[in-house]
Design a protein around this ligand. Structure first.
Ligand code: CP
Length: 341
């Protein structure tokens, strides 16, 4: 598939909700072609001699590897950056402003990615504010590497995986986002992005969580609106089992409660202690039997024996490694379309 001039050229991606449905499908279709023809001359020079700046406040297995390799496979270079290696201004310390750091990045890179979430923030929504402030000063595209609200590359990789396993047309298929108990106190970003992109693609979206684990109301409103526009259904339940009924995809994932940032700091230990009490919130074989022979999906890292049993996570209906691989392809596609000349 030849790369054509795209409306994505020069465009940042903080959430897929900011893209048109056509742009979402364009990234996935280019990613599918890139998967088939991974080292084709069509793609290997797209970012020749260019550097992509990869700024991580938090650790990563998939995002770092897949973006660095994506830059290499497009003929460019991914440069790993951490805040500990810079003198950044914070609320407690003098240092460089976002305006100045972004201004410098404009002079060096073809694009910038930032990850900031969980204990690096003091309230929910702050990560989104920081990314949008960078985006105001950046002249090159900015892509979220996962922040407190959204994880666009994960959502694209998920959707690419669902097209492979359920067929190109996802309209009318059902995904359940099932809260799982766990010891990692995770951000809302992956599950919220999944709700948004699946509803854009016409899937019925279900959410199940215990009381106190409500998601971002604005994201719920957008998901409802996306569902309404695509003749799909949206529902939320506090029951740990009912949402499995006839689901095509089960996405079992822990996320933090609405109290996680009370008092202006992240309370990881309290969150873990509270979440670990909900032992019936685990995806297992018995519950999977209620589905429409559904697939098990997860953005990884998986908190095995808490969010999901080993039997399901390593079982024949688990598509977690396909989806992890898709991160590379969708990111190459986005980078080529937004940063390529
Ligand atoms: N899914 C995901 O973003 O994985 P990492 O945290 O390892 O990057």
């Amino acid at each position: 598939m030849a790369l054509r001039k795209s409306s994505l050229n020069g465009k940042s991606m903080i959430t897929t909700q900011d893209l048109s449905r056509e742009e979402i499908l364009e990234i996935i279709q280019v990613a599918e072609a890139m998967q088939k023809h991974r080292f084709s001359d069509e793609y290997t020079g797209v970012l020749k001699h260019q550097s992509f700046l990869m700024f991580f406040y938090n650790p990563s297995v998939r995002t770092r590897q897949s973006f660095e390799i994506a830059a290499t496979e497009l003929g460019g270079h991914g440069l790993y950056l951490e805040p500990g290696g810079m003198r950044l201004k914070t609320k407690d310390r003098a240092g460089e402003t976002i305006e100045d750091v972004a201004g410098v990045m404009n002079r060096y890179g073809c694009g910038v990615g930032i990850r900031i979430l969980e204990g690096k923030l003091d309230y929910y929504g702050r990560g989104d504010e920081i990314l949008r402030e960078y985006d105001r000063y950046l002249k090159v595209p900015l892509v979220s590497f996962a922040h407190d609200r959204f994880h666009p590359c994960q959502g694209l990789a998920d959707a690419m995986g669902y097209r492979k396993h359920l067929g190109e047309h996802l309209e009318g298929k059902t995904i359940v986002h099932q809260w799982g108990h766990g010891a990692l106190a995770r951000s809302h970003c992956s599950v919220q992005e999944s709700m948004l992109i699946c509803s854009r693609l016409g899937m019925n979206v279900r959410v199940a969580h215990p009381p106190g684990y409500e998601l971002d109301q604005e994201v719920i409103d957008w998901t409802k609106q996306n569902c309404a526009e695509n003749s799909a259904e949206f529902s939320v339940t506090n029951d740990p089992v009912e949402a499995y009924e006839d689901a095509d995809i089960v996405y079992s994932r822990n996320w933090m409660s609405t109290d996680a940032y009370s008092g202006g700091e992240f309370h990881k230990e309290q969150e873990v202690e509270k979440a670990m009490q909900y032992t019936d919130w685990i995806c297992d074989e018995e519950k999977m039997k209620l589905t429409n022979n559904g697939f098990f999906s997860h953005p990884m890292p998986v908190d095995r024996t808490h969010e999901v049993t080993d039997e399901v996570a390593s079982g024949p209906r688990s598509i977690i490694l396909d989806i992890a691989e898709n991160r590379l392809h969708v990111q190459k596609a986005y980078m080529a379309l937004s940063m390529g000349s």
